[in-house]
Design a binder for this molecule. Sequence first.
Ligand SMILES: *[C@@H]1O[C@H](CO)[C@@H](O)[C@H](O)[C@H]1NC(C)=O
Ligand SMILES: *[C@@H]1O[C@H](CO)[C@@H](O)[C@H](O)[C@H]1NC(C)=O
Ligand SMILES: *[C@@H]1O[C@H](CO)[C@@H](O)[C@H](O)[C@H]1NC(C)=O
Ligand SMILES: [Cu+2]
Length: 250
Amino acid sequence: MRTSVALSLLGAAATGVAAQSQKPLPTAVAVNNNPVGLVAEAVLPGNNIKGKVVVKSGDGGVGTQFNIELSGIPEDGPFTYHIHVNPVPENGNCSATLAHLDPTERGEDPVCDKSKPETCQVGDLSGKYGAITKGQTTFSASYLDKYASLVEGTGAYFLNRSIVFHYPNKTRITCANFKITNAGPAPFRFQPTGTGISSAAPIGTNPAQTTGGAPSPSGTMPVEAGASFSTSSMTSVVAALLGGAMMLML
Ligand SMILES: *[C@@H]1O[C@H](CO)[C@@H](O)[C@H](O)[C@H]1NC(C)=O
Ligand SMILES: *[C@@H]1O[C@H](CO)[C@@H](O)[C@H](O)[C@H]1NC(C)=O
Ligand SMILES: *[C@@H]1O[C@H](CO)[C@@H](O)[C@H](O)[C@H]1NC(C)=O
Ligand SMILES: [Cu+2]
């Protein structure tokens, strides 16, 4: 009797210890305010794997769409790839990009569980969406990632960082920096005599913005302009429809 009580207490204590050592992994924050229309790409230098990784804001600024097209892939895969913390320096040294983008600081272990992408390192793209399998000489992938951020100033922001491809032994094969190719619509400015929203302002593709850092001169967010215009035009459409319906009812 005493023995069994003691044993069950021991059992409970052991269970407690096991539960403690499996602390839940931190979860990444889903990004819903990426700048609509923003497009960037990382073009590989092409001395082995060729191709590029194009990223853009998901619909309505929700998540980041990744489109990857590669060719000339060596035979000795599988290859993993990640967003790394630092950019590639001028000399192309992929080692200088340091570790994976990991704003939640969950670390490398345990390995990423694809079914719980929010618990993976934000930069562990092959962990979340699959590696380049052995034997394929070309690779294309397209997916929406909820956690990588296009919002400057946030920990998961990655357009000032790099993408790195690895051999199975983790040696770095190739790497490239992201460059903004389209900053998205310029801030909307109200023009009383204007005939159309599209003529309101030039598209913001000035090179200063592609190197990152400088906010747009007006300091307003480029994103909301189109959205608020279409909201107001939607409102008037709805109002017109409602008006029509009421006329019919009378
Ligand atoms: C590349 O970067 C790593 C890490 O910063 C450094 O240790 C190494 O010396 C660099 N190699 C070259 C060739 O610059
Ligand atoms: C990239 O941008 C983020 C957010 O703005 C910042 O915290 C980080 O230090 C930057 N990293 C580099 C390498 O510039
Ligand atoms: C890793 O693998 C590549 C390709 O097979 C090879 O060229 C390289 O020497 C290996 N590096 C190490 C450190 O074993
Ligand atoms: Cu990596």
